[in-house]
Design a protein around this ligand. Structure first.
Ligand SMILES: *Cc1c(COP(=O)(O)O)cnc(C)c1O
Length: 378
């Protein structure tokens, strides 16, 4: 039986042709495809600006730097996320403070987040867990009330919306990842969207060593002079990758719909399995289903580990994520007793079961997953 991975990219002839065209051109990096991809991406999200970088992690680091996060600053991050959401705060010199999540959605619990605000708090990083946007009306209200920045880690959420507004236009800055398991791919890559042109300009400098102009701008102006005004990084995304991104973005809506079709099929099939809780959906938003994240309810016939191992043995790429970030040994050593436990995040981690979903998954694949999940009770 063909294995069904937990996620899988879609590469078609048009993607290959787009990359080949760049390979034969004058600009392999820092060329015209960068702004073309940025413009198309900003338009897709309904944001004024988009800044391309070479990973989702860089797309988190750049805004933390541009908000001026530094020594002594605290940034609130949900516990149940990929480590990069919190690592970015550390890169900038700040301290991540972990907030608990809602048990049914995995999204940041705003009451718990608010209880963790202190005089040192600088901002909140909200994570659109599994692809469902957070409650951005409430988050905007909370951050405005306390004078904090609001960043959305929307790495899972491309194509999703909240009250009719697209992911990427829901917070002051939003980050996306183009790793192959994510909604669209450039191999490795990332993007920040924002309506704030000053922040966008600062992030373009940050992604290029802190240098104020790029190679192409200097060629055009016929000058060798440039200034390095801050300590930046080489976080540039190449033209090869941007061309792939443009081509992928053409199909992003189709990918979103394909993932939703699989999720709907699962929802319907699993409605009759009492011990499996399907992902909760809030009525005022759409879900990008980067992950189809179920939970094992009380009375489940198998443990999480048995479910994982038995599904894997059948070629079903089940997954368990995320271990609350503060439980990783680096964070345990670093934060020690200063991190307060997040009970929902820990319960979620102990009960979650992520099932395969992707834009290239066939309905027959989904049926096989459904059969094997139901067979766990036998
Ligand atoms: C994938 C991911 C990242 C990091 O993106 P990379 O492109 O792998 O650096 C950050 N946050 C979340 C929530 C992610 O899923």
């Amino acid at each position: 039986m063909r294995p069904i991975p937990y996620s899988r990219h879609s590469i078609e002839q048009e993607d290959i042709a787009a990359v080949q065209e760049v390979l034969a051109s004058d600009w392999l990096t820092t060329g015209p495809k960068v702004s073309e991809f940025e413009d198309a991406f900003a338009k897709f999200c309904g944001a004024r600006e988009a800044v391309a970088v070479n990973s989702g992690t860089a797309a988190l680091h750049a805004p933390m730097h541009s908000y001026g996060v530094g020594q002594g600053d605290e940034v609130i991050v949900p516990a149940n996320t990929f480590a990069a959401s919190a690592n970015a705060v550390l890169y900038a010199g700040g301290t991540p403070i972990f907030a608990d999540v809602q048990i049914d959605t995995g999204l940041i619990d705003l009451k718990d987040a608010e209880s963790k605000i202190t005089s040192r708090t600088k901002g909140i990083v909200a994570v659109d867990f599994a692809g469902q946007p957070c409650d951005y009306s409430e988050l905007q209200h909370l951050t405005a009330k306390h004078g904090l920045f609001l960043h959305a880690d929307a790495c899972h959420a491309l194509g999703a919306s909240y009250k009719g507004k697209a992911a990427g236009a829901l917070a002051c800055t939003s980050s996306f990842s183009f790793h192959p398991v994510k909604p669209i791919t450039t191999g490795e890559g990332g993007m920040i969207t924002t309506d704030d042109s000053e922040l966008a300009a600062a992030m373009r400098v940050f992604r290029n060593h802190g240098i104020t102009t790029d190679f192409r701008q200097r060629e055009k102006a016929q000058t060798w002079e440039y200034d390095m005004e801050c300590l930046g990084w080489n976080y540039r995304l190449s033209d090869l990758q941007c061309a792939l991104g443009i081509s992928q973005l053409h199909r992003a809506r189709r990918f979103f719909e394909a993932r939703n079709r699989i999720a709907n099929l699962y929802d319907e099939a699993f409605a009759t399995i009492g011990w499996l809780q399907i992902p909760a959906r809030r009525p005022d938003r759409t879900h990008a289903f980067h992950l189809y994240a179920c939970r094992l309810a009380a009375g489940a016939p198998v443990t999480q580990r048995e479910a994982f191992q038995r599904l894997r043995a059948k070629g079903i790429g089940a997954h368990v994520m995320y271990r609350p970030v503060y439980l990783h040994s680096y964070y345990q050593e670093r934060l020690g007793a200063s991190s307060t436990p997040c009970p929902n995040a820990e319960t979620l981690y102990q009960t979650i079961l992520v099932l395969p979903i992707s834009a290239v998954m066939l309905e027959s694949d989904a049926s096989r997953v459904v059969e094997e999940v139901a067979a766990l009770a036998l």
